[in-house]
Design a protein. Sequence first.
Length: 474
Amino acid sequence: MTAEDFRTSAHAAADLVTDYLAELPARPVWQPMDEAARTALLDGPLPAEGRPLDDLLAAIGRDVLPYPMGNGHPRFFGWVNSAPAPAGVLATLVASAMNPSSAGGDHADVHLERAVVRWIAELVGFPHPAGGGLLTSGTSMATIVCLAAARDRAARRAGVDVRADGLAALPPLVGYVTGETHSCVRKAAELLGLGSRHLRTVATGPDGRLDPAELRAAIERDRAAGLLPFLAVASAGTVGTGAVDPFEPIADLCAEQGLWLHVDGAYGAFGRLDPAIAPRYAGLERADSLALDPHKWLGVPVDCGCALVRDAGELRATFSLVPSYLRDETAGSLGWFSEYGTEQTRPFRALKVWATIAHRGRDGLRQDIARCTALARKLGELVASDEELELLAEVQTSIVAFRHRAPGLDGPALDALNRELPAAVQRRGRVFVTGARLGEREMLRACLLNAATTEDDLRLLLAEVKAAARELRS
């Protein structure tokens, strides 16, 4: 392929992406794929001969772009999936053209990752020692990295080298979560050999936040039983309602009891940028580790998570393993990124993070996040004032938990209606909302991450929920 051939195709790809993004707001948010289109993607034969790039681009425009997940649309309120930041979209192309392994060495991606990890820490006010963090595929992997460091520290304090001897020489290690803690914490506990049976669910208060008194009682019970409490997990914005746990008293208790405090900030930690809700995050900086996702509220294209720790030595002690063929005498005191996590070959994630943050700047990001939280509070007000709907939790960040009241229904019948509502709304194509359970009740949850969303979009969301409810009941 000549440079001119690639240039022509690259321009065509840029036009394709530009048209796709420009047309999104006028399209349905999501619709089920046509059966023929789905089958064509699933059953496409392995090609024996190559195809020209212009043919491939035409196929992408015809068979892929018309069927999005929907998260680029301003009326997408589902899960915690953001629209891609334009600067990140462009930077992704450049990063893939360079295609380095960001494990270590003296090249641009390594130094850029050091910088953007520091930027992320500065955005959320987390102390960042040099080497105290790295980019990951997402918070699920960042959680594994952070909890592995917590496990190894607990073992060393107990006089055990867990890397050499495993967990057999230790009493069971016990961690503490709430019923709203993200499932990636349980997965990490299981993968690290801790066992979900030793992950205690601590009661929350009426506001959905972890209750420090209940945490203390659980720790004392486990110590009396001969177990080894080592970890507490707090949330900087739960997935269900966006609740932010009280970090100061939890940090006090963890310091007193010698527990590692990990904060799941995947979605919500960046809310600290909004002055209106920043006080909720007081004490976040006292955590031993923080996992968060630039690919959520910052809009960095997937995938990009980040693991941050107060003590860089804990990560390196947990993961460093340098075979002779990877020795680098010029690496300096920090060594390679591959010494701080599980990955050896690592993609160039830093460029899209750098471009996204640099394009908006701290002030632009603060403005975008503050708009999302203000819209969420507005949606909460609209729900609370609507006789057909019920607000289920205080709006603390940018997630609104609510349900349809459905006059004449209660108990299991009301739950059944609210369980069916999200899919019914999605099929209508005008907005996208998802569901979950809060305690024993089925609910709808709207997550606002797109600063392009308007108050009219909020009103349409509620109108669609009520219309779908009427259809389900007819």
